[in-house]
Ligand binder design. Structure first.
Ligand code: ADP
Ligand code: MG
Length: 636
């Protein structure tokens, strides 16, 4: 509990202790007779103890010309009740209202805290070695290229590369995956992961603000500010609704008594004009208490917040509630192939030489690729397996979706697919092997090709199956790879459709074509790895980047970021979004339903203030508890 909450709780307890005996006396249950003015003064004590803040806020609201809020509603209603002699009701309403407020602030605070605990990746310090001694410093002060030491049990504060030491890392706070990852010298390491076994010396590769942990926290913290339509709707709704309610209450207080006085109808029920007016004003006050919109206003943002938090705990970062809403309505999904459906770590299965030795072919290819982060490039470099001397390479040009041209040892080398060779005016030798064929040309003549092949991710098939089950009608694979490879992968993984040999721009037009079939309730998502598909990621209704851990491009271009490589997370993301939206709808229907019912009862004089406030606080508590369910998404 925070200090403020403790103070509120104390006030509530004191007020309740004072209130109960007074109430029993005023109801005649305890036979003590007190004159009315004394009773009034005594009731004021618990009323002001617990209601001071509400009265003050209402007053401030009036002064700032923002009259209509719940403090205002509560103030008029309770003062109205007290003026009419219903001391007990007036004080009880204020008391219960404050109980509700306290509960709500506690629940919101608690879920906020548990989410930040779930996302416990904010590093507090970094160790550096000074004269053989470890010193703790603010990670903000560490410069790029410094050596930091991470002991077992500590969080890695900055991204870097292991210089010395072996260990296994727990990356669950980043990916939601609890299996430890082994690391050793030369391997990349991300901030936010926890070192479990050995001491590691890490050479940092970026500053604190640029580190993965900082970026993720930024993203999660900013997510709540991108409002969904339901949230915007509620904000607008409250702005219109509260004044309407106040005017309706005013009408309820004034029109029926005037009508009675003018026509004489119903006058027989009252002992005089005072009783008539008293009755209707009290009904109007009850009406105000009931109409307080707190439950809906609180529970909707809380549901989204809890949903976003629960998702990030699973390694699914959603950049705003608006995307959560869109994700729930996705019916068409397009996928990139390499790195998304397939692993993207190609194995070199063969090299076919034409004019130069095989080793040289692979060497030229690897050297030309030295700067690219494309999965194909990484695989060629891995197959070459030797350190690359940067000085041998010049003029590197990456042609997205086609390949690379560069000068290696002064020779013009081109490495890429058939399209690239054709643009260079070269004839390509067909290959009888199935796989992705990477052709190499040297100084304008064809030199041979490398056959590489990729495998499906273990869960790709299951993911497509899962997507079908949750009602995704169309799954389309878009790839820049050759038709034969695309067909094989599409058949194996079970997508409904595929398009091959696409340049990044063609992928955009494919997605635009698909988007003609979309509507508000039929959205399109694109899933990619962020390598050369950023335009499509941002063009789709929702762009989902997978395996984005450590890939800045993907984190920036996508709306939903899956921290690990597992395609099943796509299914999970959709399920989380659906659950969250369902809960929001439940709360709207439930809270408004009860409100409308109570309002009708009050208008007909069938509900008193007790029922009103209990209904209000009760609905709020239930709605908040329901909203918190959005956080529990582990087993979806
Ligand atoms: P995908 O759509 O499967 O992700 P890309 O659009 O990234 O594939 O690439 C399409 C094709 O372009 C690849 O299959 C490959 O033949 C060629 N290509 C792209 N980048 C490179 C590269 N860096 N080196 C060699 N070939 C490349
Ligand atoms: Mg790709």
């Amino acid at each position: 509990m925070t200090k403020k909450q403790k103070k509120a709780l104390t006030q509530i307890i004191i007020a309740a202790v004072l209130f109960v005996p007074l109430f029993l006396i005023s109801e005649g249950i305890v036979p003590v007779s007190l004159p009315k003015p004394v009773l009034f003064l005594l009731f004021l004590v618990p009323y002001l103890t617990v209601g001071r803040d509400v009265l003050r806020k209402a007053f401030l609201g009036i002064r700032n010309k923002q009259v209509f809020d719940e403090n205002f509603l509560m103030t008029i209603a309770t003062i109205g009740a007290i003026v009419l002699g219903e001391y007990g009701e007036g004080v009880a309403v204020m008391l219960l209202y404050q109980v509700g407020e306290l509960f709500q602030s506690y629940a919101v605070g608690k879920s906020r805290r548990s989410i930040t605990e779930l996302m416990d990746i904010r590093p507090d310090y970094a160790n550096i070695e000074v004269d053989g001694q470890l010193e703790q410093v603010d990670p903000d002060e560490i410069e790029v290229g410094s050596i930091i030491v991470v002991k077992p049990g500590e969080k890695v504060p900055l991204d870097g590369v292991v210089e010395e030491g072996n260990s296994s890392m727990n990356t669950s706070a980043l990916t939601g995956e609890s299996r430890p990852v082994d690391v050793g010298p030369g391997m990349q390491i991300l901030s936010g992961s926890i070192n479990m076994t050995g001491v590691l010396k890490i050479r940092t590769t970026c500053e604190f603000d640029e580190s993965t942990a900082s970026k993720i926290l930024d993203l999660v913290e900013n997510a709540a500010s991108r409002k969904s339509r339901s949230e915007n709707f509620i904000a607008k709704f409250a702005r219109v609704y509260t004044p309407i309610v106040v005017y309706a209450a005013l009408a309820l207080a004034v029109l029926p008594p005037i009508f009675c006085m003018l026509t004489g109808i119903g006058m027989a029920n009252y002992s005089g004009y005072l009783a008539l007016w008293g009755d209707w004003i009290l009904r109007a006050c009850t009406f105000l208490v009931i109409s307080c919109p707190c439950a809906v206003v609180i529970s909707i943002p809380l549901s989204f917040f809890a949903g976003l938090g629960g998702a990030s705990n699973q390694g699914i970062l959603i950049k705003g509630s608006n995307y959560l809403e869109t994700l729930a309505n996705v019916r068409i999904m397009a996928f990139d192939k390499t790195g998304t459906i397939t692993k993207g770590n190609f194995a070199v299965t063969d090299t076919h030489r034409n004019t130069i030795p095989k080793e040289e072919l692979l060497e030229l290819a690897a050297l030309a690729e030295c700067h690219s982060s494309h999965p194909i490039s990484l695989s060629l470099k891995a197959a070459y397996g030797k350190a690359i001397d940067q000085s041998r390479i010049e003029d590197v040009q990456e042609i997205s979706g086609q390949g690379i041209t560069a000068k290696v040892d002064g020779k013009a080398v081109a490495v890429g697919n058939t399209k690239l060779m054709r643009t260079l005016g070269l004839n390509v030798e067909p290959c009888h092997k199935v796989g992705t064929i990477i052709h190499v040309a040297v100084d304008g003549s064809y030199a041979g090709h490398v056959v590489i092949s990729d495998e499906l991710k273990e869960t790709s098939r299951a993911a497509m199956e899962g997507l079908r089950k949750v009602g995704i009608e169309k799954t389309v694979m878009l790839t820049g790879d050759a038709e034969s490879v695309a067909r094989k992968v599409a058949e194996e993984v079970g997508v409904t459709d595929y398009h091959a040999e696409l340049l990044p721009a063609d992928k955009v037009s494919c997605v635009e074509e698909l988007m003609k079939e979309t509507s508000d309730k039929r959205r399109l998502a694109f899933v990619g790895d962020g390598i050369n598909d950023a335009p499509v990621l941002s063009r789709a209704d929702v762009g989902i980047a997978m395996g984005a851990l450590g890939s800045d491009a993907a984190i920036e271009a996508a709306d939903v970021v899956l921290m690990d490589d597992d395609p099943l997370k796509i299914v999970k993301g959709v399920k989380i979004a659906r659950k969250c939206i369902r809960i929001v709808k439940e709360n709207i229907v439930f809270a408004l339903g009860i409100k409308i019912l109570c309002l009708l009862l009050a208008a007909f004089g069938l509900a008193n203030m007790w029922l009103a406030i209990i209904a209000d606080v009760g609905v709020m508590i239930l709605a908040v508890l329901n909203a918190i369910r959005c956080m529990h998404v582990k087993n979806l």
